[in-house]
Ligand binder design. Structure first.
Ligand code: BJW
Length: 240
């Protein structure tokens, strides 16, 4: 049973504009690992080696292998009840709903979500370091991969945002947060900025703020309401 630690699930109909921030915990019940849980990705890999531009420069082969393997895991997963509930919310809600995901997996779009920002990129795409175009990926990226746009060899990298890089679509995200009256954070530990700071911005404009997570996150004190439990239980229960 989901545990309501504070407040009550409010009736959604009173809000005009909703921003939903999602993180790795949302996809955990689809079979994808989170980062900072006990069996998380950072327990097996040093983030400095695989998720920074410096690590990539030092050992591009290792980083490409890390993401090629994770891409294969992502190809076999399905959206869960929480992704599906969020897609239904967007389709049926009379107000605006924007999902801002930190996840690089394709599960929101597979569930049917349309208004979606992948602020940390997409694992199913490659980014050309030379001409900055982004391409759907059908094969592994190797050091010999050729960019379909500029034709150069060895310039493709995973289209993911590493530590020290600027996340995607920050202007659109802040505009949406500054205009929202409900901010919901789902399945994220609240440790990685700038996403971890979004709740402050939402509070600043008077929005109601809600955390739906397995356990209290680092940012818990900044949420007006919190419901703790597995995403497949607490998300459908809150949004439907
Ligand atoms: C469940 C569940 C279930 C489990 N149901 N819940 C201060 C201010 C600003 C920036 C910094 C700062 N200090 C340092 C920085 C820089 C840095 C940063 O934040 N470092 C921190 C570690 C301190 N940030 C950056 O470098 C970012 N860029 C940047 O700041 O640019 C400058 C700038 C930006 C904007 C304006 C101005 C300047 C870039 C960050 C890039 C992060 N990249 C990664 C890797 C992506 C590729 C990949 O996947 O490999 O993104 S790191 C990793 O962490 C990944 C995630 O998206 C991100 C967040 O993780 P998430 O989703 O929260 O997962 P977990 O594992 O941490 O938490 C899971 C949660 O789910 C837990 O709470 C569980 O309990 C819960 N859960 N099962 C519900 N079934």
């Amino acid at each position: 049973m989901p545990h309501k630690s504070r407040g009550q699930a409010s009736s959604m109909s009173r809000y005009n504009s909703i921003v939903i921030l999602t993180g790795a915990g949302l996809s955990a019940e689809s079979g994808l690992h989170t980062f900072r849980d006990k069996d998380g990705i950072w327990a097996k890999y040093d983030y400095r080696e695989v998720a920074t531009p410096e690590g990539y420069k030092r050992n591009p082969k290792l980083v490409l292998q890390f993401y090629n393997e994770r891409r294969k895991q992502n190809a076999d997963v399905q959206p869960n009840a929480a992704h599906l509930a969020l897609a239904r919310l967007e389709a049926e809600y009379p107000g605006g709903v924007l999902i801002v995901t930190q996840n690089i997996d394709p599960l929101h779009e597979m569930a049917g979500s349309k208004k979606l920002v992948h602020m940390h990129g997409e694992i199913m795409k490659a980014l050309c370091a030379a001409c900055a175009t982004r391409h759907a990926l059908h094969d592994d990226i190797t050091l010999k991969s050729v960019c379909p746009s500029c034709g150069r060899t060895g310039v493709l990298r995973p289209d993911v945002v590493w530590f020290g890089e600027l996340p995607y679509e920050m202007e659109r995200i802040y505009r949406a947060i500054l205009g929202c009256d409900l901010f919901i954070s789902i399945g994220t530990s609240g440790t990685v900025y700038p996403a971890a700071g979004f709740v402050e911005e939402a509070l600043r404009v008077g929005a109601h703020t809600v955390e739906l997570n397995l356990e209290p996150s680092h940012g818990i004190s900044r949420f007006i309401d919190a419901i703790h439990g597995p995403a497949t239980e607490v998300v459908p229960a809150y949004v439907e």
